[in-house]
Design a binder for this molecule. Structure first.
Ligand code: GLU
Length: 380
């Protein structure tokens, strides 16, 4: 059974494993932690567990909470050092609270603090997968956040929306529910009286992106609609449903799923496949080591499912090693695919534009069948 509507997120058959992401503005109010509200959400999580669903929580709020406790301005987001200090203070309180409230329902909480690299590096990603699987099998509810106190600008997700989508991939979840302070995606600014909420989106197109209005409305989290749509894209590539709904109400899961108030993003099936395992990880990668720019002929060959051959490459960008993830782009700069390079950047430059027969002499060794093999590539 697959997910077709919001109510399926609360069905064990359609959604055996659910990731619930909770935004900062829901967890932290002007008077500190919104404990009563969180208690209500935890009751809903306990109900999902009782139905037999696995639940993973991605909880924001460490920076907002820590900033309040330390008295830092701009919600702790004035500088990287402020954010890191605030997160260290906020995280310990936040995880304590989740553990306490879940324990009241007899559920064991487990904390995982992840950085971008933990999910970008294939071995570390598999390691996170193993830990999450073991925790869920043992009956725990993992409560995950970014490791904000050590993550520097370059190695940061920065928002928990994409983190939640990546976690869902790693844990092979069926769906992600992003609880924030909006009812979903609207066709124009939701403040406009005529704004209409989209109930279902299949495929995050340019038109859909144009509906996102930028940063976080509350000014507390870092996401806003832009990062939610990026999260939807990551989920889509892995065949995972993603919903955006408001957590501003009591029992928000029931409101979103029971009453159908939210926007549900479903994987569009145009390519007739859903990327499994390794390909989903590759497609969801956020940082790539370089790029291979290809001509129109090569772009067509990729669309038809072919490998990337040296003859179709017109430019090589970045410093990468054999086995690193690179983007494949057309000459207009659009990303066509992510793939693992069979050569390092220097050897890519040597064979660029050359037919297979010419390559052995240029390289000094027998060339590989492709620069990026189709089995190690996912179309974007
Ligand atoms: N990891 C951040 C925190 O715990 C939240 C990131 C976000 O706003 O999405 O404060």
């Amino acid at each position: 059974m697959t997910i077709a509507r919001l109510s399926d997120l609360t069905s064990k058959a359609a959604c055996p494993r659910l990731v619930v992401k909770v935004g900062s503005s829901l967890l932290v109010g002007s008077g500190g932690v919104r404990r009563d509200w969180l208690q209500g959400l935890v009751t809903e999580i306990a109900a999902a567990r009782a139905r037999g669903q696995d639940v993973i929580v991605v909880s924001s709020g460490a920076i907002a909470l820590g900033a309040a406790r330390l008295g830092l301005e701009k919600g702790g987001r004035g500088s990287l050092a402020d954010a890191q200090a605030a997160a260290a203070v906020g995280q310990i309180a936040l995880s304590g609270l989740w553990a306490e409230l879940l324990a009241a329902h007899g559920i064991t909480a487990a904390q995982l603090l992840l950085t971008l690299e933990d999910l970008e590096d294939r071995r570390r990603y598999l390691n996170a997968t193993a830990t999450l699987t073991r925790l869920l099998d043992a009956g725990a509810v993992p409560v995950i956040n970014e490791n904000d106190s050590v993550a520097t600008q370059e190695i940061r997700f920065g928002d928990n929306d994409r983190l939640a989508a990546r976690v869902a991939q790693a844990a092979r979840a069926s769906a992600v529910l992003l609880l924030s302070d909006v009812d979903g995606l609207f066709d124009t600014n939701p403040a406009n009286p005529g704004a209409r909420r989209l109930e279902e989106v299949r495929g995050v197109t340019a038109e859909i992106h144009a509906m996102a209005s930028g940063g976080s409305a509350s000014g507390m989290g870092s996401g806003g609609m832009t990062s939610k749509l990026q999260a939807a894209e990551i989920a889509e590539r892995a065949g995972i449903a993603l919903a955006i709904a408001s957590g501003l109400h009591d029992a928000p899961i029931e409101r979103a799923c029971g009453q159908g108030i939210g926007t549900l993003f479903l994987p569009k099936d145009v390519r007739g496949r859903k990327d499994a395992g390794r390909k989903a990880w590759l497609g969801g990668r956020l940082r790539l080591k370089g790029a291979l720019v290809v001509d129109a002929g090569a772009a067509k060959a990729l669309e038809r499912g072919g490998s990337l051959l040296a003859a179709g490459i017109v430019r090589v960008e970045g410093e990468f090693q054999r086995g690193d993830a690179v983007a494949v782009q057309n000459e207009q700069g659009a990303v066509l695919a992510h793939g693992l390079a069979e050569y390092d950047a220097a050897d890519c430059l040597r064979v660029l534009g050359r037919k297979n027969a010419e390559q052995a002499e240029l390289l000094g060794y027998a060339p590989r069948s492709a620069v990026v093999h189709r089995d190690q590539m996912v179309l974007i």
